[in-house]
Write a protein that binds this ligand. Structure first.
Ligand code: NAD
Length: 498
């Protein structure tokens, strides 16, 4: 059986904890590997390797660091299929969906390739007599990333290219549920010419995360995962003096106005609700039709399509949706549906109990459509993170906006309408970080930055794009006087131009 090991400096190692956990193919339910679980000693070894590499990497001109990103782009494009297959094998998402993940990761690599321009500083001549000022952004040192299972390639690559291009060195603690993608990323960077120690991978769970949070040599932590862990990471990381950005969970609503193109809205809900089995932080999990008439038409159109979803393994090109990541997750999602039913939601399409011939031991669930969901139900309040779409009927637009604005999460949202006034008002008033107008999954492109509001994100910065340049660097402003001949005598008042 394959053992997935830590990658520290130029070494593959099993570490010293003696602990490991199984890795499954969720389509078959079979164990395909084991991953070693590191703790403080492994994190410390990775930090030492990263610290040693920092001096020369941060001294490398940005244009030369960028060349590694250009090379990485070529390597990733060439090995695109292999990256997608590695994602699908342990995650379960369809091959095309995994390829989409790779494409979005590549966008970040491309943005990082322009780092010399993004790091360009400011210069002001003659701020005083013979005095000039310049501002620059310098790297932080060793930084770390902690990532979730649902984008095992893209989310690490939201962080690593930007952190490295800015001149930092990196320790990644990937999800223990689909860890092979992280080791493949390491391999891709090596092929692209990244020097030893600049990127290190330590596998593990809570013990490894705690070691990251407490390590005094780690300057900053980027976390993406569920809200309770994001809050924990933010609090503990900040308490030990780190800069922390921690992106959490979501409950994303899509408003369907009475004037919306219903076919377009239903297509959007199908893809955004059930793509990747709903295991996306930007998945739409609540449809909010405005008015009973819109709601009736919507449910009537949605139900047969949810029932007809093509569910199957990534190896089948016809599959629209793969399995759930683990058996426990499958059980938890089934329990959420049962709770919703008990609280009064109408189960229009029930995905529980799905069996797939030849894949009887896989972690399968069909698509589920719940109607008449109300704001007080647990199925509405909690993030289900599975192929479950709730329909919450709002009497008017104002009620829908209030609903979204009072929800604890604020990651993504969308409105489908032909009314520009409503769309403009929505974009301005809604208390959510990423907003779509007739776009169901408004994940910003790499030239912008990604980030939710409210309890979907802790910390001041979004991830990737311009926000990442700020997160992974600190500002230095130099004020200098030349020529040396200017003399004004000792000045005891606060320096100013007066
Ligand atoms: P998770 O919170 O269980 O795990 C994320 C990371 O935290 C993993 O590396 C895991 O090892 C670690 N972790 C888990 N339990 C821990 C604990 N008790 N103490 C310390 N570390 C711990 O999340 P997941 O199930 O892997 O991913 C799904 C979640 O991630 C969903 O909530 C989803 O919305 C969220 N997510 C958010 C974004 C975003 O950008 N906001 C993107 C992707 C996923």
């Amino acid at each position: 059986m394959k053992t997935i090991k830590h990658l520290i400096g130029d070494q593959e190692t099993i570490g010293s904890t003696g602990r490991s956990q199984p890795v499954f193919n969720p389509a078959t339910g079979e164990q395909i590997a084991e991953v070693v679980l590191g703790a403080a000693a492994e994190i410390d070894a990775a930090v030492r390797a990263a610290k040693q590499a920092f001096e020369s990497w941060s001294d490398t001109p940005p244009t030369k660091r960028a060349r590694v990103m250009f090379a990485l782009r070529e390597v990733m494009n060439r090995r695109r299929d292999e990256i997608a297959k590695t994602i699908s094998l342990e995650h379960g998402k369809t091959h095309d969906d995994a390829l989409g993940e790779v494409t979005r990761a590549l966008e970040v690599v491309e943005y990082a390739s322009g780092i010399a321009a993004h790091l360009q500083g400011d210069f002001s001549r003659d701020v005083g007599p013979g005095i000039d000022s310049f501002a620059e952004r310098q790297p932080l040192g060793v930084v770390a990333g902690i990532t979730p299972f649902n984008f095992p390639s893209m989310v690490p690559l939201w962080m690593i290219p930007m952190a490295l291009a800015c001149g930092n060195t990196f320790v990644l603690k990937p999800s223990e549920r689909d860890p092979s993608s992280a080791n493949l990323i390491f391999d891709l960077f090596r092929e692209a010419g990244l020097p030893d120690g600049v990127l290190n991978i330590v596998h593990g769970g809570k013990a490894a995360v705690d070691a990251v949070l407490d390590h005094q040599e780690i300057q900053a932590v980027s976390f993406v995962g569920s809200t309770p862990i994001a809050e924990y990471v933010y609090t503990r990381g900040c308490a030990s003096g780190k800069r922390v950005q921690a992106l959490g969970g979501a409950k994303n609503h899509m408003i369907i106005m009475p004037d919306a193109d219903l076919t377009q809205a239903v297509d959007a809900l199908m893809g955004a609700g059930f793509g990747s089995a709903g295991e996306r932080c930007m998945a739409i999990s609540v449809a909010v039709p405005i008015g009973e008439e819109t709601a009736d038409r919507l449910v009537e159109k949605l139900a047969p399509q949810v029932a007809a979803l093509k569910i199957g393994p990534a190896s089948d090109p016809q599959s629209e949706m793969g399995p759930i990541i683990t058996n426990e997750a499958k059980q938890r999602i089934s329990d959420c549906i049962a709770a919703g039913e008990k609280e009064g939601a109408k189960v229009v399409v029930d995905g529980r109990g799905l069996k797939l011939q030849g894949y009887e031991d896989g972690f399968w669930l069909g698509g589920t459509l719940l109607d008449n969901v109300t704001a007080d139900m647990s199925v509405y309040k909690t993030e289900i993170f599975g192929p479950v779409l709730s329909v919450l009927r709002a009497k008017d637009y104002a009620e829908a906006v209030k609903l979204i604005n009072t929800h604890e999460y604020g990651n993504g949202t969308a409105i489908f309408t032909r009314d520009g006034d409503a769309a403009r008002d929505f974009a301005k008033r809604i208390k959510v970080g990423m907003v779509g107008v007739n776009v169901p999954i408004p994940v910003p492109v790499a030239t912008h930055s990604f980030g939710g509001w409210k309890r979907s994100s802790f910390g001041a910065h979004g991830i990737y794009g311009p926000e990442a340049v700020h997160f992974y660097t600190r500002l230095k402003t130099v004020t200098s006087r030349w020529p040396t001949g200017i003399r004004s005598g000792a000045q005891f008042t606060f320096p100013s131009m007066d």
